[in-house]
Design a protein around this ligand. Structure first.
Ligand code: SF4
Length: 361
């Protein structure tokens, strides 16, 4: 299903780029080669028409709403060696895992902002954040939030079932890059070196019964067009196999000011917008998440074009919401607006901020 990079993919891209983009924009349903055409540079002159259709499809499927969520980082310990990340095992820095009392105080402080959807994150160090710790955290968190997501080390299906029972309803897991060779080069050590185990993680979570699964690539590691295409096809396959699961996609980008990114791997703002639009046209019911890695101006401009979920008031340090000392974060955020400020920005665009659209029985 997923292509390999190289001559075969280049030939498929060349064929796709010859398709009539204007004619594709009249179609109700697109095939993967037509999605590839919309991702290709040949579609750049059609951005305005793509944006018009993306807006209409989003309003038809999701209304004029944007769901708000905030991340809570539980731990910065990690046993992997991802060359692009400040949490990598060899990086000498002060690490921290929140105590359960700190989880409670951070949950209370975050809930006081009005946020009801939370994403719990850790580095990938199962010995520091074992399943029992995660379940204890979730039991505290669920008292304050209606939806609890996790972005942690990949688990077995039975472990996801246990987390679901504790109160988790969604999973975020990024493949980082779908280029196996680059994946091998940037993941030097630790369990994350297993490409296939990671690739099959979203399916394990869907099988465990999570209502929502969010995937994506980390742009800047490999050819962005290849990763965007593979992530889209991966999302399509998950939608087909798990029709009861809400599949979403994010487009996190490495910031060249923080991490060295080869020029050919950089995803410009224009191509970033193009990819977002192409996803919406290819998979009209796909959730699209935008994090605070992106600037306030770009996030505001993207609101009407297909985004369905947006973070607010984010702190990427460990804890940090309760005003106590916290260890340093995984990456710098670009949009530092509070929940109240994001609420106002969303309403100013004519959209309704949604704090809660899910309550477990
Ligand atoms: S990207 Fe994730 S797994 Fe890799 S070093 Fe950072 S925290 Fe660990």
């Amino acid at each position: 299903m997923l292509p390999e990079p190289g001559a075969g993919f280049a030939a498929a891209l060349a064929r796709a780029a010859e398709l009539d983009i204007a004619a594709l924009l009249q179609k109700e349903r697109l095939w993967p080669d037509e999605f590839l055409a919309l991702l290709s540079p040949a579609a750049l002159p059609h951005l305005e028409a793509m944006a018009t259709k993306a807006h209409a499809l989003t309003v038809r499927n999701f209304g004029k709403t944007l769901q708000l969520y905030s991340p809570l980082y539980l731990s910065s310990f990690c046993s992997n060696e991802c060359v692009y990340c400040g949490f990598r095992a060899s990086h000498k820095e002060r690490r921290k895992t929140l105590s359960l009392a700190e989880v409670e105080s951070n949950a209370q402080a975050l809930a006081a902002t009005g946020i009801r959807h939370i994403l719990l994150l850790t580095g990938e160090a199962p010995k520091r954040t074992p399943l029992s710790y995660l379940i204890d955290c979730v039991r505290i968190i669920r008292r304050h939030f209606s939806s609890v997501g996790i972005e942690i080390h990949p688990l077995q299906e039975a472990e996801y079932v246990a987390l679901k029972k504790a109160g988790v309803d969604s999973l975020t897991i990024y493949q980082e890059t779908y280029n196996r060779e680059v994946y091998r080069q940037v993941h030097l050590k630790g369990p994350k070196t297993d490409y296939d185990y990671r690739l099959n993680t979203p399916a394990r979570a869907a099988r465990a019964g999570f209502r929502s699964v969010n995937i994506g690539a980390l742009y800047g590691l490999a050819d962005p067009l290849f990763d965007a295409y593979c992530a889209g096809v991966h999302a399509m396959a998950l939608q087909d196999e798990f029709p009861a699961t809400e599949i979403s996609l994010s487009l996190p980008r490495l910031n060249p000011a923080q991490v060295s990114v080869p020029p050919e791997n950089r995803l410009s703002d224009a191509r970033f917008v193009q990819f977002m639009l192409a996803y919406r046209l290819f998979l009209p019911r796909l959730g699209l998440t935008l994090s605070t890695r992106e600037s306030a101006a770009l996030r505001d401009n993207l609101m009407p074009l297909g985004i369905t979920r947006i973070s607010a008031g984010s702190i990427t340090r460990i804890g940090g919401y309760d005003g106590r000392e916290s260890a340093s974060g995984q990456f710098e955020i670009s949009d530092e607006r509070s929940v109240a400020q994001m609420d106002a920005a969303i309403r100013a665009r004519g959209y309704e901020p949604v704090y809660k659209d899910w309550q477990p029985l």
